[in-house]
Design a protein around this ligand. Sequence first.
Ligand SMILES: [Zn+2]
Length: 200
Amino acid sequence: MSEIELQVPFTEKDEAKRLGARWDSSRKTWYIPEGLERLAFARWIPTPQSPNIRAKGWSVAGSRRECWRCKRVSRVFAVVLPPGYEALRVEDDPSDDYWEGGEDLVLLSYVDDVPRSVAAQLHRLAPRYRIDYSQTTHSFYWMNHCEQCEAKLGDYETLQEPGTFYVLGTGLNERKVIIDSFHPVGEAFSAHCGAYANLE
Ligand SMILES: [Zn+2]
């Protein structure tokens, strides 16, 4: 199996298609079919990111939010890591980078690269949480999609709006976590993510 998944922004899909990329409707991703030269697709081939967070286990946490487009309520998901997770501390000299252990539960956001094993679990447990292009960050990351209308539900609103995962108010005391489902995955986890927040 040598298909290569591509990250094609919606506005470039016609060009990708013209060059021979195919659409996988179950994974909702473009890919290079076997036998095609990958050079033509170079700009859409994701650059692997070294993990900056890892743990011995992980969970898929669920919550709900209102969809900005259809105004209906959709389930949303995020990855939560248990106490004992490790985050990469980045120093000026890369050889000084080190892994630091964390003592709280953490919720990840702006996840932009995960190993295939993690992607497969996410696809199974939360199929509407998948990598997609954000017009806000101008990048691809794992985000939720409305279960009613498939609209993109970006991490900024999903994680910070009242009634969803947590609320960052004027003080940390106003932070409120609303998780209504929690599915532990007994496998090692690693990812590159843009941010993570402690859950108390
Ligand atoms: Zn919707």
